[in-house]
Design a protein around this ligand. Structure first.
Ligand code: PBG
Length: 323
């Protein structure tokens, strides 16, 4: 049947019809909320991410309770260490900031799943994601350190680890290290296709993790590539990843859609800092309608095929979405 017998607009006529026919529905259960934790007290608003705060370890409890009460199923933790060094030791110390944060959250008996970002860039004084050798990232030496970080996080009580450094072999090394220490039940959510993106700018301000020299282009992916992303995802699955991630989300919706078609593993997408700040800045300038824009982009990420959405909007979305 074609026009004039078939009229597509018939099904868009009322709010009720549109709601009945909505193909993609966001739920609070889709979301993971990122948290930045520093040693000490209080909270500091991140200047490039209005509305998002770094939280003091000692004042984490209230925030955790609120996130849990809003029905968000998980948080992903990023740490701001007291001291940084060449190998990022605070990432694997028993009393490192993340280990303490996990313990503090777990002591509270919330329902939250605690995921830990697993990378060295917040902990190294040079800001790169691994051990450096003559100005270059030493891939295989970094693997050992990442294994230690994973074990330290698991010992502290992490429910899941999320390696984000794009180091070759990291999923395999981390899986081996976890299994060797009796943590075979801890899943790995791998940042599998992580692009060298301008959209991480505000995060590096939030986590104080900008590289002190050079850039991350020799380990993170080149934005024009999609087949390479599929290879990276395949490698991570072969190495034992339980969930694969694509990051950033918005400029890479095609990558999410392709991955959804090719793989049956759960897919996470990271709606990154720059994607958040872009909406906030445009809304402040009066250029776009903030709430509609947020709903539209998050729905698009799910429509593209993401099962899990990591977003700075998680807390706010929890208040607007049906439970
Ligand atoms: C690395 C890491 C980064 C982000 C998450 N994990 C930054 C980077 O690779 O520079 C970015 C997240 C965001 O922009 O919101 N530990």
């Amino acid at each position: 049947m074609i026009f004039p017998e078939y009229r597509a607009r018939r099904l868009r006529k009322t709010e009720g019809l549109r709601s009945l026919l909505q193909e993609t529905r966001l739920s609070v259960k889709d979301f993971v909320y990122p948290l930045f934790v520093f040693p000490g007290k209080g909270k500091q608003e991140i200047s490039s991410m209005p509305g998002i705060y770094r939280l003091g370890l000692e004042d984490l409890a209230g925030e955790i309770q609120e996130i849990d009460q809003r029905g968000i199923p998980a948080v992903i933790l990023f740490g701001l260490p007291r001291v940084k060094d060449a190998v990022g030791s605070e990432a694997f110390k028993e009393k490192g900031i993340i280990q303490q944060a996990i313990q503090a959250i777990k002591a509270q008996k919330s329902r939250l799943t605690v995921i830990c970002d697993l990378c060295l860039c917040e902990y190294t004084d040079h800001g790169h994601c691994g051990k450096m050798e003559n100005g270059e990232l030493d891939n295989d030496a970094t693997l050992e350190i990442l294994g230690e970080v994973a074990v330290a996080q698991a010992r502290a009580g992490a429910d899941m680890v999320a390696p984000s450094g794009m180091i070759d072999g990291q999923v395999q090394s981390i899986r081996e290290a976890l299994d060797e220490h009796g943590f075979e039940g801890i899943p790995i959510m791998a940042y599998s296709a992580k692009y060298a993106s301008a959209f991480y700018g505000p995060f590096r301000d939030a986590a104080q993790s900008a590289p002190q020299f050079g850039d991350r282009k020799s380990y993170q992916m080149d934005p024009p590539n999609v087949r390479e992303a599929l290879r990276e995802i395949q490698l991570d699955i072969d190495e034992g990843a339980d969930i694969v991630m694509i990051k950033p989300a918005l400029a890479y919706l095609d990558v999410i859609a392709r991955a959804r078609m090719e793989f049956n593993h759960p897919i996470a997408a990271y709606n990154v800092s720059g994607e958040y700040s872009m909406i906030e800045a445009a809304a402040r300038a009066g250029f776009i309608e903030r709430e509609r824009a947020i709903m539209e982009v998050l729905t698009a990420i799910k429509r593209a095929g993401a099962d899990i959405i990591i977003s700075y909007y998680a807390k706010e979305m929890a208040q607007v979405l049906e439970k």
